[in-house]
Design a protein around this ligand. Sequence first.
Ligand SMILES: Cc1ncc(COP(=O)(O)O)c(C=O)c1O
Length: 374
Amino acid sequence: MNSFIPVCEPFLNGNEKKYVEECLNTGWISSSGKYVTEFEQKFAEYCNVKYGIAVCNGTVALHLALVALGITKEDEVIIPSFTMSASAFSICYTGAKPVFVDADPHTWNIDISKIEEKITPRTKAIMPVHIFGNPCNMNKIQKIAQKHNLFIVEDAAEAHGAEYQNKKVGSFSSVAAFSFFANKNLTTGEGGMVVTDDKELYDKCRYFKNMCFPINAPRIYEHEDIGFNYRMSNLHAAIGLAQVEKADEYKTNRIKNHQLYRKLLKDVEGIIFQTDEKDVINVCWMNAILLEPNKYGKTKDELIQHLKENNIETRLLFTGMHRQKSLEKFGCDMIGEYPITDNLTQNGFYLPSASSLSEEQITKISNLIKDFAK
Ligand SMILES: Cc1ncc(COP(=O)(O)O)c(C=O)c1O
């Protein structure tokens, strides 16, 4: 068997079709409709928070969260340099400056010991990113935030259902954001969600998400503020609801797959996996590996090519925020060394990671990696 194994693909094995068909049959295909509310409620419940605000992707979920907190162009927000560009761009949309902190060499999350040196009088918030589903040490981050009177905005785009000290991610900050892009553990195709326990922030998110139409009031076409159309459609929410119904199944699959990769590759020299933070459930969104070429005996590019020749798709890891021309043009401070991030970019990549991967597929991929060493 040599069929193509994609780096990721959605797993839609529940009520998705049934719910979407209902939208089509009833004509409720836009952003009004029962699935949006149901999805918001069920996902918020899943995260153990009071409120969910469904939006059209994870990037705008982050932006909406920052807008609700009142972040503006006078402010700075601290983010990891090793993240997806959406973390930084969402801050730029408010006019505020993203400020970078290198990754921890083991967990690949933000290096918490380096956060305080980046705090200035303009810092308003920290945006920890639970990289690849591995929850950050929220205890330490909360302590720094309290000491310096900063907001926390969790970028939980990759970490649906992940836990830190028996508490779900998304519940450690005033407001947090998730993505439901097709490769995520839970997907709506394109989609996102802001979650919060704070009624005021909830109302602000609803207000700004929908063009700043007055909420809980008759529709009038007068707007006191500039709003956004960040609404999620009922069709997307229908898929989302079906996915939340299966959230624990997908989480278990992802974790199980990751453990199998680790087990099969544990004796291969020069292959490093992310180290979990303490007291966490890492939901293993993607199976990223970091190569030490001198130990493995081949470079990352050679291994990627070898897998490609065997019909196995891989994907590069993020390029650091300190290397983004876009952010330099925006006026971010690009000076400084980010060696851990650079190493991850240069020597890391994702192995196939879909929730639907079979044991046979993971074994095949692992054997190819093992046999190619040295
Ligand atoms: C860490 C992180 N933040 C934000 C996003 C943005 O989500 P979306 O692609 O839904 O806009 C992603 C998407 O992959 C992500 O990985």
